[in-house]
Design a protein around this ligand. Sequence first.
Ligand SMILES: Cc1cc2nc3c(=O)[nH]c(=O)nc-3n(C[C@H](O)[C@H](O)[C@H](O)COP(=O)(O)OP(=O)(O)OC[C@H]3O[C@@H](n4cnc5c(N)ncnc54)[C@H](O)[C@@H]3O)c2cc1C
Ligand SMILES: *[C@@H]1O[C@H](CO)[C@@H](O)[C@H](O)[C@H]1NC(C)=O
Ligand SMILES: *[C@@H]1O[C@H](CO)[C@@H](O)[C@H](O)[C@H]1NC(C)=O
Ligand SMILES: *[C@@H]1O[C@H](CO)[C@@H](O)[C@H](O)[C@H]1NC(C)=O
Ligand SMILES: *[C@@H]1O[C@H](CO)[C@@H](O)[C@H](O)[C@H]1NC(C)=O
Ligand SMILES: *[C@@H]1O[C@H](CO)[C@@H](O)[C@H](O)[C@H]1NC(C)=O
Ligand SMILES: *[C@@H]1O[C@H](CO)[C@@H](O)[C@H](O)[C@H]1NC(C)=O
Length: 532
Amino acid sequence: MALSSISILSLLLVLLSASWATPASIEDNFIQCLDDNSEHVIPISAVCAQTNSSFTSVLNSTAQNLRYLEPSVPKPQFIFTPLNESDVQAAVICAKKLGIHLRFRSGGHDYEGLSYASEIETPFIMLDLARLRSTNVDIDDNTAWVQAGATIGEVYYRISEKSKTLGFPAGLCSSLGIGGHITGGAYGSMMRKYGLGADNVLDARIVDVNGKILDRAAMGEDHFWAIRGGGGASFGIILAWKIKLVPVPETVTVFTVPKTLEQGASKILYRWQQVADKLDEDLFIRVIIQVTKAGQKGERTVTTAYNALFLGDADRLLQVMNQSFPELGLTRKDCIETSWIKSVLYIAGYPSETPPEALLQGKSLFKNYFKAKSDFVQQPIPETALEGLWKRLLQEDSPLMIWNPYGGMMANISESAIAFPHRKGTLFKIQYVTSWYEGSQDATTKHMDWIRGLYDYMAAYVPTSPRAAYVNYRDLDLGINDKTNTSLSQARVWGTKYFKGNFDRLVKVKSKVDPDNFFRHEQSIPPALIEA
Ligand SMILES: Cc1cc2nc3c(=O)[nH]c(=O)nc-3n(C[C@H](O)[C@H](O)[C@H](O)COP(=O)(O)OP(=O)(O)OC[C@H]3O[C@@H](n4cnc5c(N)ncnc54)[C@H](O)[C@@H]3O)c2cc1C
Ligand SMILES: *[C@@H]1O[C@H](CO)[C@@H](O)[C@H](O)[C@H]1NC(C)=O
Ligand SMILES: *[C@@H]1O[C@H](CO)[C@@H](O)[C@H](O)[C@H]1NC(C)=O
Ligand SMILES: *[C@@H]1O[C@H](CO)[C@@H](O)[C@H](O)[C@H]1NC(C)=O
Ligand SMILES: *[C@@H]1O[C@H](CO)[C@@H](O)[C@H](O)[C@H]1NC(C)=O
Ligand SMILES: *[C@@H]1O[C@H](CO)[C@@H](O)[C@H](O)[C@H]1NC(C)=O
Ligand SMILES: *[C@@H]1O[C@H](CO)[C@@H](O)[C@H](O)[C@H]1NC(C)=O
């Protein structure tokens, strides 16, 4: 009798301890840790687990490349959406304590989905900074503090709300997150006059690997140098940037002039290559190259569209064009005089008459499956090579190239001023893109093969040692870190393409501020200490 009651008791104990030993889920442990390390109780709604029916829509919300939402791509264990800065600090402390890999997202435009997908390391969790998105413009000081989750379009809108004659020189696409965007450089239609977004940053607030908040003075000049152009997610989590606003005239002029092959596209583009970087610094003319059905009988042809912003009125623009690029044949009818904020909508591709308030929605205008690559060109590409290029474009369903002029301020800033290095000597940058609309493996392989072939073809016409690339156009074909073996010599291969001579200094900064490589991903800067 006594024996059997003891055995029932011990059985109970065994059962109980078994249930105690059931491992709590990663999110339970994480939430517990957040509560222990935060100034306040983390609201349950800030955490969205895979089992939550909202998970996919939260994950999808700002993910720009559909390739990285496919079922075969590993998803975060859960998504944590901080409501204030101290939550971000707690997230770093807890991810470290629990040994969980951490990814973080501002605007979700990473070309290879690195902010919300991880193919080299699972499980992982994602920090979505979308709700840290205030913009505070200080009009007396011509500066603004902008939180990482704000889109660049919102920033432009908030500036224009306060002043018609101030702007900021960053990206063309309005849904970019300022958090990730500026870490890679951030070019746009005022770069020839004012340089990059990253050239116009005065201060920043970041969460470092110890969960501490540092501003410029606290992090020091080396660390502050690295976060301007050294690429996202290697040196800490940007909470906010302090940006310097730049003067813009009350009236600016925009235009888009298309030229098909039948209209002499090759000759005009050859000419553009010779003048685009030498034009008046108020003038930015990029070339958007696509395959369209604009041939005489509606057959496919290549269209080169000259898409421009001029910081001045149409009269002066026509004079500048007549002097420097008459071959385009720009007429007064092509010119649209407008305000700077409306030029932002025009260049971003909104339908005309869209009110600037649309920028506050922070929504991207399109999403698709895509793969992109980039080159920095130092010598005009001969017309015969252009003919070969057109042949290749005509073989693809939806090819796109954007040729983006350099010169002006870009040539005046030294290669080592910030971590972004592509300056003097660059005539223009090419972005190659192919996009598609269904995620099958066959479709993906076909389009990836096409763009890799195009990239090989272009090797003969661009500098190859190194063959330079823009880190904000992330391209994992250039090489990746292994999970277990982050080799400095391997990383140098792609690191010198993105950062040229600045790569070694980035490694030095990394070794100092994050020697254990907590902030890491497929193409993060490795610390020197990990060299095998
Ligand atoms: C449609 C489209 C148009 C584009 N147009 C331009 C353009 O005009 N000019 C230009 O320069 N670039 C352009 N880009 C590239 C763009 O600048 C980069 O993709 C940039 O990294 C996007 O930042 P994000 O915050 O939106 O992306 P995310 O995907 O959120 O982040 C990108 C990278 O930065 C890291 N990161 C994100 N937030 C932070 C943070 N707070 N602190 C530290 N690291 C962070 C991420 O982990 C990831 O590695 C374009 C991209 C797309 C898809
Ligand atoms: C599910 O996620 C949504 C969005 O993040 C959140 O508001 C909600 O509280 C979550 N539900 C549960 C049960 O965690
Ligand atoms: C999220 O995106 C994937 C890939 O495009 C799609 O299959 C899915 O339906 C989307 N889900 C939601 C809720 O938006
Ligand atoms: C952070 O947000 C929480 C919840 O919204 C709030 O209770 C807390 O006071 C905030 N803390 C700070 C430092 O702003
Ligand atoms: C263009 O410049 C030439 C002289 O270089 C001048 O004769 C002509 O009138 C100008 N045309 C316009 C439209 O300004
Ligand atoms: C770049 O430098 C040249 C030569 O010093 C100067 O004429 C030009 O105005 C500068 N451009 C900008 C945008 O500062
Ligand atoms: C790591 O990778 C490098 C370069 O590929 C290789 O030389 C080295 O042996 C590897 N180290 C380990 C520990 O696998």
